[in-house]
Design a protein around this ligand. Sequence first.
Ligand code: BTN
Length: 250
Amino acid sequence: MNMNICFRKEVDSTNDWAKQMAEEGAPEGTLALADSQVLGRGRRGRSWESPAGDNLYMSLILRPEIPPEKASGLTLVMGLSAAQGITDVLRVPVKIKWPNDLVIGEKKFCGILTEMSASRQGIRFVVIGIGINVNNSSFPGELQGKATSLKLERGTVIDKEVILDAVMTAFVKNYKIFLKTQDLSGLVEEYNRILVNRNRPVRVLNPANPFEGVAQGINTFGELLVERADGSVTAVYAGEVSIRGASSYV
Ligand code: BTN
């Protein structure tokens, strides 16, 4: 995959910008990168704090030839890649909170928002948006205690470009592995090794049927396997639910 970085100082959301470029025919590997976002978006309709200067806000266009129902695995591929790339260059213990939040200790510093356009013929494009808190020195009230940045964890200012490069290099490698089998079989072991929820009690926030259990790890579809008190195991699909630790965020 050839990476082509397009940069703007300020955008509404790099995901929206990338989707627009994809609609206009931008090829796989086009990366929309911005210094700040006015309307940075998170999952579940939340917003994503996107101040200028400090952090990475970027969205990658992909055009994978896979069935649309397999595309959600790509989000986990990006989460794993970001964790590996950042661990490689900073030597900090990055973990994954399923499906794709990155945490250090108990605090989140990276989120991923994937959007897809598909027709009856299949996937037209996938946009994977990733936000990394690189150099924030503090967080507004409601995020304190839940959010962190790489600078806060390392105690020094971090070069954003080094992080960008490490994350994308890891992604290109893992994307090839994913495409070979069109699932996570080649990556599941490494993903589960750094899964913060593994062997921990979790609460599955499924509106119709919430339940608690112990997370065992993901399967090759990226579903989280949760063992209930009666010993039965339920595979939880990321699109439907989110999870919390039984008593905290992770
Ligand atoms: C989440 O954890 O809720 C997902 C956050 C995703 C934020 C990134 S920042 C770059 C891209 N553009 C957006 O508007 N959102 C994603």
